[in-house]
Design a binder for this molecule. Structure first.
Ligand SMILES: [Cu+2]
Length: 516
């Protein structure tokens, strides 16, 4: 019997059975002490824990029981971010949590085939937080609904929790490389080749969008914080608290589902075959990926074991490609390729990308605060001519893969993980960027920035590097004859004004071309 994970908005009611049983399972886990590896706190701490932050938010009692040293070494602070392990590690995390909840459900007399629902915010009218998570009450009106958490503030930090669909993207689904190049070009569908990476610096494309931004939008920041310059994050906004929010697991169910949708096109999309990915960090002497299962069992896994869900005893109710899926053929048509040839080129596997080449740089050590920040990026004329030549040639010669262009926000540091901003190219000074949707390169969030900014044993505190594909904006400039310029203007527009105390800075803005 395979377990079926279903869309939370299509279960047939705000408190459909799978949601009600999830709530009962969460309640059972919450009733267990922190030193029980199947408790809610323990599972959240597997993802990440900052005891001070937990205490401030009311989730940690320093005088209460805490996990044993052995359990800390095996399980705690394990989540993989900024890494090609992001997807498989979180797949195992969901499988562990789902098994622990199912065990509780069955013991309470619930269905033996219970499976974790997922939240597909891209679905029609499905961008709002599912109602069962939004009320402190159970369906009978009693007020200790465990799916509700007060520390969830939404994209405007006003308590209205939803995902702004015009600020999320499925561009990653168009990637044909799982592994990013790490040289300023594509960050890859699944991220960069790393070792064990609890807070890596460059996030893969699916991790950045929609994963990171949804975290920051859902969590937001506490508008009632005693210090408005340093608001407390919503649980979802910070990797050290995110696992405490029951909606986390429905968000990650959707990310896990998107990985499987991507794999559904095997001619172009394949998981890494590299032994370091397949065997995971334990094979080279680093920590293993391990989850506590019901009954005190430790389950250790490798990415290779988790790549194919047909071997994992679960399915998704819907693996159809999203309608806004980016397609190579659409790009080629826009660049002037005939429809027939665009379709033919767009349906064949693309060649592996070549190494990236720096097209321009600017914005050194810029501070981001207030309602906007901007910088000029000076372009190298010779490299710009290569881009123009590649885009022009695409229309007339049988070259299927014109250059792709990537904007890198390098070494972004800061203290507020809920910070999110949109990046615009060449909006004239003084103009409202909302009026220039063609100039919107994309939206990013700083999920993970606090941990990556603080120096620790694994990390010099280099912050995070955000890679944004701006190919479509560059194509538009090219088609309008406006790419022949000495510089590009980059404008960052935060979702909410960024306080000085957030100390958000960018080391450098760079733009790279990457050919095939
Ligand atoms: Cu996450």
């Amino acid at each position: 019997m395979a377990f079926t994970r279903r869309n939370v908005w299509a279960l047939g009611g705000d408190w459909a059975d799978p949601i009600l049983w999830y709530a009962r399972g969460v309640k059972a886990m919450k009733s267990r002490p922190f030193n029980d590896p199947t408790s809610w706190q323990f599972y959240a701490a597997i993802h990440g824990i900052d005891p001070n932050l937990w205490q401030q938010l009311g989730y940690f009692d320093p005088n209460g029981p805490t996990p044993s040293d052995a359990d800390v070494k095996t399980y705690i602070d394990q989540c993989q971010h900024g890494s090609w392990y992001f997807l498989p590690w979180h797949r195992g995390y969901l499988l562990g949590l789902e098994a622990v909840i199912r065990d509780a459900v069955v013991k309470l007399g619930g269905p033996a085939d219970w499976a974790l629902p997922y939240w597909n915010y891209f679905g029609p009218n499905q961008a709002a937080l599912p109602p069962a998570f939004n009320s402190p009450n159970w369906p009978d009106g009693n007020g200790d609904n465990p799916l509700f958490v007060p520390q969830r503030y939404g994209p405007n930090s006003d308590g209205n929790v939803f995902v702004p669909v015009n600020r999320i993207s499925l561009a990653a689904m168009g990637d044909t490389e799982y592994t990013g190049s790490g040289d300023g070009g594509s960050a890859g569908f699944g991220g960069l080749d790393t070792g064990f990476s609890h807070n890596g610096d460059t996030h893969g494309d699916l991790e950045s969008q929609p994963h990171d931004v949804v975290h920051s939008y859902v969590g937001g920041e506490d508008p009632q914080s005693p210090d408005p310059q340093n608001p407390l994050p919503g649980l979802m906004s910070d990797p050290d608290t995110a696992g405490l929010d029951p909606i986390f697991y429905l968000h990650h169910g959707n990310i896990d589902r998107l990985w499987e949708v991507w794999r559904g096109n095997p001619t172009s999309n394949q998981d890494p075959s590299d032994a370091n990915w397949l065997n995971g960090p334990a094979a080279v002497g680093d920590r293993a990926f391990a989850m506590p299962m019901p009954g005190g069992v430790q389950w250790t896994y490798t990415p290779g074991q988790l790549s194919n869900i047909s071997q994992l005893n679960y399915v998704y109710d819907d693996l159809s490609p999203p309608s806004q899926m980016p397609r190579v053929a659409n790009r080629l048509r826009r660049l002037g390729v005939t429809a027939a040839r665009a379709d033919a080129s767009g349906s064949t596997a693309m060649a592996a990308p070549s190494s990236a080449e720096l097209l321009g740089a600017g914005g050194q050590n810029m501070r981001v605060s207030g309602a906007q920040a901007s910088a000029s990026v000076a372009l190298n004329a010779a490299v710009r001519q290569k881009v123009t030549a590649s885009l022009t040639a695409a229309a007339t010669s049988p070259q299927p893969n014109p250059d792709r262009i990537f904007l890198n926000l390098e070494n972004v540091r800061g203290l507020h993980d809920a910070t999110a901003f949109s990046v615009y190219i060449n909006v004239p000074d003084g103009e409202d960027p909302e009026k220039y949707p063609d100039h919107l390169a994309g939206s990013v969030s700083l999920f993970g920035v606090r941990k990556a900014t603080m120096a620790n044993q694994a990390h010099a505190g280099n912050g995070i590097t955000l890679v944004l594909e701006i190919t479509q904006v560059i194509d538009t400039l090219h088609l309008a004859g406006k790419l022949d310029a000495a510089q590009l203007h980059v404008r960052l527009v935060p979702m909410r004004p960024v306080p000085e105390a957030a100390q958000v800075s960018i080391g450098r803005i760079s733009i790279y071309r990457q050919g095939a």
